[in-house]
Design a protein around this ligand. Structure first.
Ligand code: 13P
Length: 331
């Protein structure tokens, strides 16, 4: 696939008023979500739940792409079409999570490195054949006493770039996700500093390894106070600090930045994105969303294993709110 084709896909994902639904929860993570609504996490229920989301009427107005988990990309929806077909017919591009999770990093207590590079070329080729046109790899950077270490940032940045090169070789747009966690009592200044250092390391590696930025999307955290920090930054402050940090560290050739929600409530995640797009002018990249929990919390609760119509209504509402936030028009 040519660079033009990759960059066309990347730009389609961040088309005006559109963003990504991250529905790629691993089996243990979706179990946690289902536990919260007392629904058993078995293959049939996971299929029913995701099929409910993907067949929501009109979701394609606001959702340009959906990140799937390995099990889901091979599944059929409740109406017998493949999940991939459902998405394509609704105008949503299928994507796939290709990392194998964050694992303990030797010599670095309480830190992780994301694994999954072995066999990645072959897996990317298979996923392309199954219809995926973009991929995701999530690196995790934790803030705490004496962490993150330089080593943790460096090995995760290196792995992200290795992943991105293999995706582009196969024709998948890589979503590069270095998540600085919001867990902890640190303040917004610390998050800002760690996020900038992480992004600089990531873009250095992408450059070293020859990744084409025009065919890449960045999925970062927002610059935000730790979730147990006594001094919580305001919405305006988060928006301003996030944009300023990204301007310092993210090259203009990146077509779009799609934020993760990372544990923010759905309403707050929407407000942050909306404020950035309302206030910041003439940015080189689109600012959009690739939310998991912030798009799914409401429909998951409404669904409760049975209520399809109410759940689809709740999902449509969150998708539409975030679509408006991409234009800075959410009220
Ligand atoms: P959250 O929006 O729930 O953080 O999930 C996004 C995601 O895909 C994390 O990898």
């Amino acid at each position: 696939m040519s660079l033009t084709q990759l960059s066309d896909i990347a730009r389609a994902i961040v088309a005006d008023g559109k963003g990504i639904l991250a529905a790629d929860e691993s089996t243990p993570t979706i179990k946690k979500r289902f536990d919260s609504i007392n629904v058993e996490s078995n293959e049939a229920n996971r299929q029913a739940y995701r099929s409910m989301l993907f067949t929501t009427n009109g979701a394609g107005e606001f959702i340009s792409g959906v990140i799937l988990f390995d099990e889901t990309i091979r599944q059929e929806a409740s109406d017998g079409r493949s999940m991939v077909q459902v998405l394509k017919e609704a105008g949503m591009i299928p994507g796939i999570k290709v990392d194998k999770g964050a694992k303990p990093l030797p010599n670095c207590a309480n830190e992780t490195v994301t694994e999954g590079l072995d066999g990645l070329r072959e897996r990317c080729e298979e996923y392309f054949g199954l219809g995926a046109r973009f991929a995701k790899w999530r690196a995790v950077i934790r803030i705490g006493k004496d962490i993150p270490s330089k080593n943790c940032i460096a090995v995760n940045a290196h792995a992200l770039a290795r992943y991105a090169t293999l995706c582009q070789e196969t024709g998948l747009v890589p979503i590069v996700e270095p998540e600085v966690l919001m867990d902890g009592s640190h303040d917004i200044d610390t998050c800002d500093m760690v996020t900038e250092a992480t992004l600089r390391a990531v873009f250095h590696e992408l450059y070293q390894q020859g990744v084409s930025l025009e065919g890449t999307l960045l999925k970062p955290n927002m610059v935000i106070s730790g979730n147990t920090c006594p001094q919580q930054a305001t919405v305006d402050e988060v928006a301003e600090r996030t944009v300023a940090c990204l301007k310092r560290a993210v090259p203009a050739a990146i077509p779009g930045i799609v934020f993760l929600s990372g544990g923010q409530s759905d309403e707050v995640a929407t407000l942050h994105l909306n404020t950035m797009n309302r206030e910041a002018k003439d940015l080189p990249w689109k600012l959009s969303f690739s939310y998991g929990r912030a798009l799914q919390a409401a429909p998951l609760k409404a669904w409760a294993g049975i209520n399809i119509e109410q759940a689809q209504h709740a999902f449509y509402e969150r998708a539409s709110a975030n679509g408006a936030a991409c234009r800075g028009e959410y009220t």
